[in-house]
Design a protein around this ligand. Structure first.
Ligand SMILES: C[S@@+](CC[C@H](N)C(=O)[O-])C[C@H]1O[C@@H](n2cnc3c(N)ncnc32)[C@H](O)[C@@H]1O
Length: 293
């Protein structure tokens, strides 16, 4: 048997061990990315083989938590991809404006920067008071940072630039207080946010959302898991609700490609297509035409 085949089996066994011992299921994550993370952790921790790593994972919860952080990749930014936020302001906010209440779900929110970005945007558009934001991730460590809203001060220069490019209407400095090497986001931005543990692999539908933001999460999933998550989002969205993905993610080749319509040029923003409503609309139109004739 070739080395590559053994390695594949060892990785399967490692993932199986993690599932049985800790309940986290990584078996449907993209294998190439997982393998990179495993190899990196092998060389950093001086462990010689993946089988040895499996033994360590089973017997050392701290090591498992390190591996969980490796697997979940928590890189994020405030107003990441500023033109996405610009498109949100210009193309989505007008549709949300007339709603009596707005429900937003950030799935895979990592350390929360995109949640605070959304809160700022909604505040500036005069919509925050009627909004409720659900910020979820399956990693408790990053959720804790989200809740605290404390970030290293050396990131603020980039975040301020992003904020300005995104069409921010105020001064970014209005939204945080600096203390030594950190900034703390204004507590008013957290007022309408609920932080919760939610695993996209195993947990279920999340309310009647008007807007779901799940950016830079699905790239780590294989096609099967992506389809599951798209179905979960479809079921969690209100009629004609919006789904926002990262710049490298798309619903185009998924099982639900007909159920979402791309609506913002150059951005991965989709509107849920309700075929029942669309059919009814066509039927109404036909009846109307008949009546007119
Ligand atoms: C690269 S970060 C993206 C953060 C943010 N959405 C952004 O675009 O900047 C990916 C996040 O997805 C989370 N994640 C990965 N698998 C998940 C799962 N099965 N359920 C919930 N969150 C998951 C990770 O913990 C991580 O915080």
């Amino acid at each position: 048997m070739k080395k590559g085949e053994n390695e594949k089996i060892e990785i399967e066994l490692l993932l199986q061990a993690i599932l049985l011992k800790y309940g986290y299921d990584f078996r449907t994550y993209a294998k190439s990315s997982l393998k990179r993370r495993i190899m990196r952790r092998l060389s950093l921790s001086g462990i010689k083989t993946i089988s040895e790593m499996q033994h360590r994972v089973l017997n050392d919860v701290n090591f498992f938590e390190t591996l969980l952080l490796d697997f979940s990749i928590n890189v994020t930014q405030m107003f990441r991809d500023p033109f996405f936020y610009k498109a949100l302001r210009e193309d989505i906010v007008p549709a949300l404006r007339n709603q009596p209440a707005i429900k937003v779900w950030h799935a895979g929110c990592a350390t929360g920067e995109e949640v605070y970005s959304m809160a700022i945007l909604l505040k500036e558009e005069g919509l925050y008071n009627k909004s409720r934001i659900y910020a979820t991730d399956f990693n408790e460590k990053v959720l804790k940072i989200s809740k605290e809203g404390i970030y290293p001060i050396d990131r603020i220069k980039d975040y301020t630039r992003n904020y300005i490019q995104s069409g921010g209407r105020s001064s970014f400095a209005d939204y945080y207080r600096a203390r030594y090497d950190f900034v703390k986001m204004d507590s008013s931005l957290r007022k309408n946010v609920v932080f919760a543990d939610h695993n996209l692999v195993t947990d279920s539908v999340f309310g009647e959302m008007d807007l779901i933001v799940c950016r830079n999460v699905l790239i780590y999933f294989n096609r099967e898991l992506q389809n599951r998550v798209f179905k979960l989002f479809f079921d969690s969205l209100s009629d004609e609700g919006f789904l926002c993905l990262g710049s490298k993610e798309t619903v185009k080749y998924s099982d639900l490609s007909d159920d979402f319509k791309a609506i913002a040029k150059g951005q991965r923003i989709y509107r849920k297509e309700n075929h029942q409503t669309s059919k009814a609309r066509i039927r109404d139109k036909k009846t109307q035409v008949k009546d007119e004739v």
